[in-house]
Design a protein around this ligand. Sequence first.
Ligand code: AR6
Length: 179
Amino acid sequence: MNIEVWQGDITTLAVDVIVNAANETLLGGGGVDGAIHRAAGPQLLEACARLPEVRPGVRCPTGEVRATPGFRLPAQHVFHAVGPVWRDGTHHEPELLANCYWQSLRLAEQMDLHSIAFPAISCGIYGYPLQLAARVAVSETLAWEKSHKVPRRIVLVAFNEAMYKAYQQQLAQALPQVA
Ligand code: AR6
């Protein structure tokens, strides 16, 4: 099993790519997005701004991913994924969140990147319930690693104890089914 749960600041990880929990503008924000932009330096915002808009103000629709370099980060690349805002779970939130993980893993494979770290996309400002989000993150990453070789190292980063426990619980529940 190449899925790790790690608690700490994702900006410190020397992996091939860290994933950002961005918004559709890709022009920065709070939470992990703010931390990544601060650590990467101003070139990251310039690189994001150069990405084409798919419609006014939208560089990356919800559920999709865009890549930039990592600039001053220890990680070589940043994938900017836009998670759903949690409403009540009936507005395609699970599918849109699953797409963030799956599309990031697919892009990492295409770019031949061997290690990837994810924050808990949508679990802060966007209000996704932690256990439900952890279930999506675990099921998507486990499904990916069952059927793909790259990336071979997948890290689920929890910024706090509650998220760490949610990942551990969901992994414990999911693993007997995939063993
Ligand atoms: N390292 C790892 N995880 C972190 C870090 C960090 N340095 N900082 C926060 N987290 P959020 P969202 C965790 O709010 O809910 C931004 O303004 C945090 O504890 O960053 O997807 C964007 O521009 C939580 O578990 O992202 C969007 O507008 C997780 O990262 C909006 O927030 C995600 O919390 C996106 O909201």
